[in-house]
Ligand binder design. Structure first.
Ligand code: UDP
Length: 313
């Protein structure tokens, strides 16, 4: 039986990874310090003998005696609101936390997959963004703490591959959405759903013409699994390449719930990327991976989840 360690197991993507690997009968060890993750996200596994949750901060030394075959390093703050709130911790998780994980990987001869991000491309001057693009990041801007933490994570991971022969995988995750995002996470999709369901005005930052490409979480998880199973040891983009402006996103949501809600426009946050779309040629050819869920279908499932949370009366 394979044992997999998942850091950030109580977070949005981390908890879906737990579901996925438990459904495949892996022994899953989940690590989380509950800074931004929620124990509710893994509660349904509490009596599963294959699952072991350890409340622990990856920045502190990790002592696990079990033999670990695979590590998925997903611990991090991830929403712009969170990394503005915890700038130093965000940098520490990407640096000290990542090194602790890589050392554990060396000790166990594990395959270590680290979660990187489209944010390493910054406010990109190349469009769509392919893995060979070096990015346009402001290191001292408000998003710099996250962007540079993840750039360091990639550099450190490559150094462990080259100097310690660690088996590594690096996934650059583009905007992902779905059930278990936090209602108050601050990101566009949960914010808009929250506002629509509560009949509040929708907060659009800037003129709403900035773009993003949104991937449904089951597609992202599938891509991560395919990458783990491959032998590709360089960064690879995982994301949906259907690109929408924020105004288009709002309209699709309004049509799903059949409500006409007012928009209020406010200032675009500093260094907010104007465009984002992954080039996924590598994932298609190397991993035979393609996102399958349309934005409309994924939003229907996500909105349904938020309604069932029963927080909206
Ligand atoms: N955004 C917005 N209203 C909100 C939240 C976000 O207009 O209430 C915009 C944000 O400025 C950005 C885009 O939506 O241009 C996506 O933001 P998000 O926080 O989801 O993630 P990002 O891709 O910026 O990390």
């Amino acid at each position: 039986m394979n044992t997999i360690l998942i850091t950030g197991c109580c977070g949005f993507i981390g908890s879906h990874l737990c579901d996925f690997y438990l459904s495949k009968n892996y022994k899953v060890i989940g690590l989380d310090n509950l800074l931004t993750g929620s124990i509710e996200n893994i509660k349904h596994h509490e009596n599963n003998p294959l699952f072991n949750f350890i409340e622990h901060d990856v920045c502190d030394q990790i002592n696990i005696s079990d033999k670990i075959d695979f590590i998925l390093h997903f611990a991090s703050t991830a929403s712009p609101d969170d990394y503005l709130k915890y700038p130093i911790k965000t940098l520490q998780i990407g640096s000290i936390g990542t090194e602790n994980i890589l050392k554990l990987g060396v000790k166990n001869n594990s395959t270590v997959l680290v979660a990187s991000t489209s944010e390493i491309y910054g406010d990109p001057l190349e469009h769509p963004q392919s893995e060979s693009y070096f990015g346009n990041v402001n290191p001292i801007g408000p998003r710099g703490v996250y962007d540079e933490a993840k750039r360091y994570l990639e550099a450190l991971t490559m150094a462990y591959k080259n100097k310690k022969q660690l088996k590594i995988r690096i996934v650059r995750i583009f905007n992902t959405y779905g059930p278990r995002m936090r209602v108050n996470d601050g990101r566009a999709i949960p914010n808009f759903i929250n506002q629509i369901l509560n009949n509040k005005n929708i907060t659009v930052y800037g003129d709403g013409h900035q773009t993003r490409s949104f991937c449904y979480v089951s597609d992202t998880v599938n891509g991560i699994h395919k990458l783990l199973n491959s032998d590709y040891q360089y960064p690879i983009n995982i994301g949906n390449n259907d690109e929408y402006t924020i105004l288009q996103l709002v309209n699709i949501m309004k049509n799903i719930v059949n409500k006409n809600i007012e928009l209020i426009f406010s200032k675009l946050p500093e260094n907010d990327p104007k465009k984002r779309q992954p080039n996924i040629k590598l994932a298609k050819t190397i991993l035979d991976w393609n996102p399958k869920t349309s934005l409309k279908d994924g939003l229907i499932k996500t909105i349904d989840y938020f309604i069932k949370l029963n927080k909206f009366g």
